[in-house]
Design a binder for this molecule. Structure first.
Ligand code: T4K
Length: 364
């Protein structure tokens, strides 16, 4: 039997390139605490993401938790349950209440027509998720935020490298939070970052990620430790050099799937709108009225060594740990999609004959 095909496979720089990048760490012995690599990566990412400020974190989740804390949010945060555990967990772990809004059927992001009715006196922020690389309706969200004086923090874990009419996905809202996990289009092994435009946020985020230390003898915030170390940052510096090439390879994979699976009744493919430069992070397929259910396809692929994933099933609002803790909200579209969607393997090295085989299994 051939090698198993997982939903993704980490991109790696050439081994010698990484060795070269980390070589000087053996001389300097400066391994963490915002060293040279960390500083270089922050500057490079601010440029790449077209953001005034970037603060790095040891992972996307801690970036999210610290951002929620930095804005001193209280009460309720409007979000969606069609996401990875991290989004909802961050809200709850920061002592806030998630209020679940439904998603739309077109791109699986927050249904902006449903937000207004969820706003109460207790609402302090909206935390929408850019799902699979699909960017939310940022214009409408920011209109609402302005009208009701709410903060907007985007979970941009899936949209590194995405541009809309030339604008980076890191430019929207009060802040955008990225994940640089090993499974992401751009990674630092584990890692994450926040992009923002308000300079006053910078010392707060810095403090929160490093025990609140603002000077040797000055501790201004009750911060924890969520710094990115030098080996992570070095991986980021290497991966950033090859990002364009990696995204182009993903695009070819994406298009091969599209060629194989377009025009089949009961199969809905993701649509990338005009003016959007995608990062081709995920390949979601909706099985709705197809001759097999999503779960049957998932099993059939598994027995053939293909490990697709049900991102995102179950909805976070239905997690066991939230039973009796949070209100599940009224999200029929999210429920419908979560029952029917499957993310197929996608990564730069995935070969056309492997894609064709996956599609044959689905079609047969
Ligand atoms: N918000 C959203 C919307 C997110 O999707 C995420 C993370 C976050 C926030 C939080 O960001 P981080 O704190 O993670 O930076 C994976 C990732 O661990 C997670 O980062 C990601 N979302 C989520 C969607 O997917 P799992 O539990 O599905 O990963 P796992 O270990 O099953 O790996 C999936 C496949 O990836 C494996 O079958 C093979 C491949 N893989 C995995 C690892 C760990 C590699 O090729 N290399 C590796 O090192 O969560």
């Amino acid at each position: 039997m051939s090698e198993p095909i997982n939903v993704t496979r980490s991109s790696m720089p050439d081994f010698n390139e990484y060795l070269e990048e980390i070589k000087d760490l053996w001389n300097t012995r400066w391994l963490t605490n915002m060293g040279v690599k960390h500083q270089k990566l922050e500057v490079a990412l601010a440029d790449y993401l077209q953001s005034s400020y970037v603060t790095l974190f040891t992972n996307g989740h801690m970036a999210l938790e610290n951002t929620l804390e930095a804005f001193s949010l209280t009460g309720e945060v409007i979000t969606t349950p069609f996401t990875f555990a991290s989004t909802t967990h961050a809200i709850v772990r920061k002592g806030l209440t998630p209020v679940f809004c439904d998603i739309n059927k077109e791109d699986y992001t927050i249904d902006v027509t449903q937000i207004k009715k969820l706003i109460t006196k207790k609402t302090s922020a909206i935390l929408p998720v850019h799902v699979y690389g699909n960017v939310c309706d940022t214009i409408k969200i920011e209109e609402l935020a302005k009208e009701y004086d709410l903060k907007v923090i985007y979970d941009a874990a899936h949209t590194f490298g995405v541009r809309i009419a030339g604008k980076s996905s890191g430019e929207f809202g009060d802040a955008s939070v990225f994940s640089f996990h090993a499974t992401k289009v751009f990674h630092t092994i584990e890692g994450g970052a926040v992009t923002y435009h308000d300079s006053t946020l910078q010392p707060i985020l810095m403090g929160l990620k490093n025990f609140g230390i603002t000077d040797y003898e000055k501790i201004d915030y009750i911060g924890g430790n969520s710094k990115m170390n030098e080996f992570q940052a070095a991986m980021g510096l290497c991966n950033l050099r090859h990002l364009k090439e990696e995204i182009n390879k993903r695009k070819a994979v994406y298009e091969r799937y599209h060629r194989n699976l377009s025009g089949i009744s009961g199969i809905t493919l993701n649509r990338i709108p005009d003016l959007v430069e995608s990062n081709y992070a995920y390949y979601p397929v909706l099985f709705d009225g197809y001759s097999c259910t999503r779960d049957e396809i998932y099993q059939k692929l598994r027995v053939n060594g293909v490990y697709s994933r049900k991102y995102f099933y179950p909805l976070t609002s239905q997690f066991e740990c939230y039973k009796g803790v949070t209100d599940t909200g009224d999200t029929p579209v999210a429920e419908y999609i979560a029952q029917r969607i499957l993310t197929l393997p996608i990564y730069p090295e995935l070969e056309f004959d492997q894609i064709d085989r996956i599609c044959e299994i689905i079609k047969s």
